[in-house]
Design a protein around this ligand. Structure first.
Ligand SMILES: [Zn+2]
Length: 282
């Protein structure tokens, strides 16, 4: 091979490869939901949730992120507890405080064909740091947030359980302020953000209507444990206890009416039963 041929070959490969890498998968005909493993939180004090250890099937949390792929676009819902930047690339798990993750998030997305640039919308159930780890990772996404939540996130003296460094890029990024309370992301009723304040000032949950699986409600931290449901227990760090109980009542009524299944995000038993990406729900 002459140097010239070698160079031509290199050039054609260099031109071809990025294009091939950047092509997102074809939009599906109906909505899909992918579940990503973002780690665990161990050694939590059940007392801050007003439970005794023996009253809970599992005190630990799982950390989860979800990708919703609609025929018209993509929505990332929550982003894990450990930022991908904390992984050293040697395959070793990363531990920060009580949280450990074995897999970074973006490679899990890449494995199903999506780059961060392919994500059109970002929704956070709320701003606590076990949900925002990779919020800065989606440069093209429009952030869907309630004004009270955004204000709390960028307050000069923010409240607890917050890591502003994980979401600071959202401040000047594309943002859709959700003043209409609930928000129908793609306009056809299949992916709806439901306003559920209380856990934080503008916490929210996500309704996803799947053709085969049926309707699902991703509960964020409306509940942390199944044992919390139908009690008036909210954590000691709840932003507004009364508001949370009102949001829970409204969401429970919605569950009855919509027949949606409730997926408690941190619940180990729920998570263990779920299909994880690259498998998906549709
Ligand atoms: Zn949480």
């Amino acid at each position: 091979m002459t140097n010239r041929t070698r160079f031509a070959l290199f050039l054609s490969l260099a031109l071809l490869l990025p294009a091939a890498e950047q092509k997102p998968p074809k939009p599906p005909k109906s909505v899909r939901l992918y579940v990503f493993d973002c780690g665990t939180l161990k050694g939590l004090d059940p007392g801050i949730f007003h439970f005794k250890k023996e009253e809970l099937a599992n005190v630990d949390f799982v950390a989860v992120a979800y990708l919703i792929v609609h025929p018209k676009g993509t929505l990332m819902w929550d982003t894990g507890v450990i930022p991908d930047t904390a992984f050293k690339g040697d395959g070793a798990p990363v531990t920060q405080g009580i949280s450990t993750a074995t897999k970074p998030l973006l490679p899990q997305l890449a494995a199903i064909g999506y780059t961060p640039a392919d994500i059109n919308y970002l929704g956070l159930s709320h701003y606590h740091s076990d949900h925002t780890a990779n919020a800065n990772a989606f440069p093209n996404a429009t952030w869907l947030v309630h004004p009270t939540e955004r204000d709390a996130m960028f307050a000069e003296k923010p409240g607890g359980i917050i890591q502003q460094a994980t979401f600071n890029k959202l401040k000047d990024g594309k943002t859709k302020i959700l003043t209409d309370m609930d928000y129908d992301v793609f306009g056809d009723g299949t992916v709806v953000i439901k306003y559920a304040p209380g856990h934080t000032p503008g916490s929210q949950v996500l309704f996803v209507k799947l053709k085969k699986t049926g309707p699902i409600l991703l509960a964020g931290d409306l509940y942390h444990y199944p044992e919390e449901r139908f009690t008036d227990k909210t954590p000691t760090f709840e932003f507004n206890h009364e508001q949370s109980l009102a949001s829970r009542a409204a969401i429970e009524a919605f569950l009855k009416q919509s027949k949606a299944k409730l997926w408690i995000e941190h619940d180990v038993a729920t998570f263990n039963k779920l299909k994880k990406a690259p498998e998906f729900y549709e």
